[in-house]
Design a protein around this ligand. Structure first.
Ligand SMILES: [Fe+2]
Ligand SMILES: [Fe+2]
Length: 167
């Protein structure tokens, strides 16, 4: 995560969220075999880079992507929270921060197409949804590679193969 924090522009945009004590509680939650905070920072940072490159609203994207899985508890074993957690993340985010309509949409629709009922309204929401899925696959591959003592390169090869299957 250090590389992402070292990007001063990125850190300037998200630092008030990152340093919020309530938000930082997600660092203690397990998510795809890593900390939920680490997952959220990964999704936020790569969504920020992509939207910046595309000339989209990268500031709102970075903030909302960081908040997209802002909920406490383990979602891996509970099917209900798997489908509901975007709503909970939005409620938690609304309680602590002032969000724009676009930021709210990014958080609320990030589970598309797993949750087919919430379709992204903005390009930024589509980007975050895609980066979230790619990160899930990458993080899942890392966990598998750890289990079987593969090397990091193998996790990346598995990720690229799986992402390619979905495109
Ligand atoms: Fe999520
Ligand atoms: Fe996520």
């Amino acid at each position: 995560m250090l590389k992402k924090y070292a990007d001063k522009d990125y850190y300037y945009i998200v630092n008030n969220i990152l340093n919020n004590n309530e938000f930082r509680k997600i660092d203690n939650c397990s998510h795809h075999g890593i900390s939920r905070l680490e997952h959220c920072v990964r999704v936020s940072y790569y969504s920020y880079l992509i939207t910046k490159y595309l000339g989209l609203d990268y500031e709102k994207t970075a903030r909302a992507a960081l908040l997209h899985d802002f909920f406490i508890g383990d979602n891996s074993s509970k099917l209900k929270s798997f489908f509901n957690h975007s709503k909970i993340a939005l409620e938690n985010s609304d309680n602590l921060f002032i969000l724009s309509d676009k930021e709210r949409d990014i958080i609320n629709t990030h589970m598309f197409p797993v949750n087919i009922n919430k379709i992204p309204k903005y390009m930024e929401s589509w980007v975050v949804s895609f980066v979230d899925k790619a990160s899930c696959i990458y993080e899942g591959s890392l966990t598998v590679s750890r289990c079987f003592k593969f090397k990091l390169q193998n996790a990346m090869v598995i990720s690229i193969f799986l992402i390619g299957r979905f495109l």
